[in-house]
Design a protein around this ligand. Sequence first.
Ligand code: PLP
Length: 421
Amino acid sequence: MHGPQWLERGMKHVWLPYTQMQTTLPPLPAVSTHGRTITLADGSELIDGIASWWTACHGYNHSHIRNAVSDQLGRMPHVMFGGLVNEPALTLARRLAAMLPGDLERVFFTDSGSVAVEVAMKMAIQYWLNRGQTGRTKLLAFRGGYHGDTMATMAICDPDEGMHSLYQGALPEHFIADLPVDANSVRALDELLAQSGDSIAAIIVEPLVQGAGGMLFHSPDVLRNLRMLADRHGVLLILDEIFTGFGRTGTLFACEQAGIVPDVITLSKALTGGTMALAATVARTHVYDAFLSDNPLHALMHGPTFMANAMACACANASLDLFERENRLEQVAHIGQQMRTELEPCRNLSHVVDVRVMGAIGVVELDRIRDMNALKSALIAQGVWVRPFRNIVYLTPAFNITTSELGRLTAAIRTVLAQPV
Ligand code: PLP
């Protein structure tokens, strides 16, 4: 395809994420989006199976979100959040506090998931510092986990996972353990905490699904065990719901399925329905209270320039309206049923290791992908936008996807995987 002029010219100056620029396929020039469809510069259309990295849960260009953002743009796009506040941000904080379980009531806004996790890490470490415990500076995270790409968040990702292993020498050391999925691993974690607990500020985990680590699912029991162990050893529990939050696993928040309340939760991605960059780190009252003091240095020392951006917060409020109005969780249940039926036949293919579905996440795990570029091209040739990674082909579509659109996605995956890939 001959691309538009801006593509050829701009590609000489742009650096793409996670991409070997020498060997990668050229990126596709997207020019517009509508519903679940991405339109390319040559007029061709792709059905989006992954909702732009799991963000666009209402599809693209939803009129309610568009109107909210453009109203806010006309009134006040942005004012700094230091010493000034804005109505969309305060309304959003109040609504999030009402939606989240327990007393998760204090919202700190940032503009990306990684930074929301960094803020959660700083909250946990400073929680203990403010209480006079200076030695609790480590996090306990899990193999298979992914919490972001900044230096601090890479340090709590799985060190054996290719993406971040390069940087290990430059990162601070934390504890990385196996998820407590059975009695033995619960016991091992209990022992680790007994030996090292005084140096640990918090346990951090992606609840129910480790996303970028391989779309690995675990049961709500794991979360109940983590809550129990955190309480037993007196450390905080942080749930990173940046992927799972806002319905993706079948409940509004994954932690609801375990009936537990974390001490801190991180949110982003679908928070704005995928339209604008926004993230939030939400703390329980006892965490927040540990920062209240006569000492100015007991305050939380963080403040991104664009935090609580008024347009992004207006956008998130509109997204929450849609969750209230448009029965998203019912749609997630239907998507799950359809994916279960339509992806299951892939299990019969010799190079398929597993097919699994949770909420609106459908995963086909292969033994390995032999030619990633060929697989990606074959999917695009089917008119779908699906981005396999490592040995995983997955779907995380918009929740309002139609039955026939989802059918086209699952058919494309079945067709493409039927050939050797
Ligand atoms: N945490 C989880 C669970 C994620 O899935 C991601 C992104 O995929 C992040 C953190 C990082 O978010 P961001 O890419 O917005 O920095």
